[in-house]
Design a protein. Sequence first.
Length: 380
Amino acid sequence: MFSILIVDDEWTIREGLKRTVPWSDWGIEVVGTATNGNDALQILADTPQINILLTDIRMPGINGLELIETCRTRFPSLKMVLLTGHDEFEYAQKAIKFGADDFLLKPTNIDELKTTILSIRNKLQSKQQEKDELVSLLIKDLVEHNSLENLDKIRAIEIIHPGYGFIIIRSMDKNKRVLNIENVYLIEDKTDQQVYFCHSLKNEEGWKNIIDQVNNYLADTKALYTLHLSLITSELTQLINIYKQACTASEFYNKSENLTIYKYFDEQYTLDFEEIIRYIQHHYQETKSQSELAKQLNISNSYFSKLFKQHTGMNFIDYITTKRIEVAKELLCSTTLKTYEIAHEVGYIEARYFSQIFKKLTNRTPLEYRRMKQQIPPLD
């Protein structure tokens, strides 16, 4: 499913487009709305996965034309559609020159909107398929022939993000289907096994989500399957190593009716690291340092650091900070707690420091984030 951002300073138009158009039936998800060009640019910067921009022309601050011109430079893969009145046709022509993909006249006709959006969606699907095929070819060549020169080409593909892993599915089922899971690419399809490359696995929960989806895919088959998982890495240079991990993964992990799951086992690895991750997930508010936790577990700080990054794709401090800020986001949206109260809830003693960290990761202060999510106009 592709995503869209709706930008219009008129509440009735903005909310009408968001709530009355059957976006999901068209394979589109509305990920946000904005009242002006400045807010739109901020949301686009914070949400790089947005595919389509639907914007009005006349808005305070940065208008629609300026927004499109800026987006063409800053977000070159973004598809843009302009909303324009009958008396603004010249502006619409300028917008096309600036890089808009299409324009629609107000009041918006639902059939014309559908035709325009579906046309853009089809173009996005074709482009996505081309990128997917390129990813599969590059990764396959890399792991099979140690083609390290492919690394720069892989880095250049915008859709690939850290948190890499491999899955190998083995079965003698002649009717094996290809998994259709976001961020999962088939790179090899043989009679007895399929090899998949994955990215954007933030932590072990990423594996669990994929396992759940694989179980759903296999729910209506009686054939037996085995699933072999590598560890997670944030380094592209480790792809060959984690591919080998998936090939040799033999440590029993889980079993369902027709699927047995194995994970890679590091012979030096004597701890159930998933228990450690679960512990941290429930004690993220505590101020224990990495070295204190490593000491508590009777392992060296450096080995703890290595294992932690293998299993989460990020270092200890970043993981704790990310967890705290994600919880803070939820509290800002679902409660009326003040900023200093939320800071204390997620483990920060100083509210000012919490606000600095929050803005560093989200480009907004906690108050600005709450206002954006609740669609409250900014204070003058």
